[in-house]
Design a protein around this ligand. Structure first.
Ligand code: GLN
Length: 198
């Protein structure tokens, strides 16, 4: 049975834990480097990427997180996706990034007028968990967008329109601009769990 950690420095880690428990997965809140030991995968939640980055730096988590991500699945949602990226625009100067995933992400990409919104996304890979594959109701909150995928092995999983990438995977790394933990649809979490090798 895999153990999935959720980085619990700031943001909506508790909501991810609720979903993981609902799926019968053993979970652990991670605040200290030692708590990464023995994990099979990790979720970095949404919140405020500047704060998550600063706390991760202060708690000496940056290098242990990079080491984990070299081997094990990591999923960054919203602020977590910013933190996971190799390159980010509109971030604060000196904001720490893990630099694990070959994507360029634009922070606060949707402007003030459309701070938060919900939209139905077509996500072909989720068909594995429901053959009818209904659209995924995605909640965006001061969300980033994925400006570009910067390596041939980065797969685009969902777009808002023909241009705007909002979910991508590179091997065992997953990034979503939105918050799949905020609805009752667990398919994105199931998809992430499917990235854990048997
Ligand atoms: N705007 C936040 C940031 O830049 C992300 C918002 C979120 O995670 N919902 O970190």
């Amino acid at each position: 049975m895999p153990v999935v950690g959720v980085l619990a420095l700031q943001g909506d880690f508790a909501e991810h834990i609720v979903v993981l428990r609902r799926l019968g997965v053993e979970t652990r809140e991670v605040r200290l480097p030692g708590e990464l030991e023995g994990l099979d995968a990790l979720i970095i939640p949404g919140g405020e990427s500047t704060t998550i980055g600063k706390l991760a730096h202060d708690y000496q988590l940056i290098e242990p997180l990079r080491a984990l991500g070299a081997e094990k699945p990591i999923w960054g949602t919203c602020a977590g996706a910013i933190f996971l990226s190799k390159d980010a625009t509109r971030v604060k100067q000196g904001q720490p990034l893990l630099g694990l995933m070959d994507i360029t992400i634009q922070r606060n990409a949707f402007g003030r007028q459309v701070d938060s919104f919900e939209t139905a996304l077509n996500v072909p890979v989720l068909a594995a968990f429901d053959p009818a594959n209904p659209p995924f109701e995605a909640v965006f909150i001061r969300a980033p967008l994925i400006e570009s995928v910067d390596a041939p092995d980065v797969e685009v999983l969902a777009r808002l329109d023909s241009e705007t990438i909002v979910a991508a995977r590179q091997g065992h790394l997953l990034a979503t601009s939105f918050h799949p933990e905020l609805n009752q649809d667990d398919r994105f979490h199931q998809y992430f769990l499917s990235l854990i090798p048997d």
